[in-house]
Design a protein around this ligand. Sequence first.
Ligand code: PXP
Length: 243
Amino acid sequence: MNYLRLGVNIDHVATIRNARGGVHPDPVLAAKLAVESGADGITAHLREDRRHISDKDIARLKKEISVPLNLEMAATDEMLATALKTRPDYACIVPEKRNEVTTEGGIDVVRGKKKLAKFVEKLQAKNIKVSLFIDPVPAQVKASAEIGAGIVELHTGSYCNTRGTAQKKELARIMKATEICDELGLECHAGHGLTFDNVAEIAAIPNIVELNIGHFLIGEAIFIGLKDAIMKMRAIIDEARGE
Ligand code: PXP
């Protein structure tokens, strides 16, 4: 099976930094350590309220890291301007609600087709690859292809938050969505809520080429260090992939 890329999301290094308002721990330094430990890309979400990653972090990440930068962004004019200025390698468009703790579901491409199509076009015109963070729903996959996104990231939150039969159903929904991606020529990424315990089944799905993982890795770094956490995740993914 083909190699599965691991993008490490370093948002929550900034969450800890911001708890005291200083400069430590530095998310850019964490990103560099993540790259040394096997991350194939770095993901960061510049939220509207700047609760973790700051504009300065994004500018520094773009300048200082040696792997592709994936900027997660809401579909707002402010974020579009930042992306066009910073020119990350990837922009992942996510839904954003101010009061949510994390990105709780995928973006509704079916309903937001017209608006999102403009974002996709403007970002791609600057050679930024665009992915849409969607729930694993056939209509959302099809709408993403119709507006020319090129990439979708499937939200794995429901899979991670369920158990037993419900989880098996979620896994089947994700697999079906990846098959539709394949038919429509969309590159398929996945992420949200992935841990050492639940990543293998997702990593084993052949059409998925990239996983983006953050909160668990940063949390696990408290116990075993960031490098070991990433290396262990990498090893589980490789084994699931038959690498
Ligand atoms: N992918 C996307 C698009 C996300 O918004 C997030 C969360 O910021 C992740 C992946 C990573 O999720 P987690 O932090 O739960 O691993």
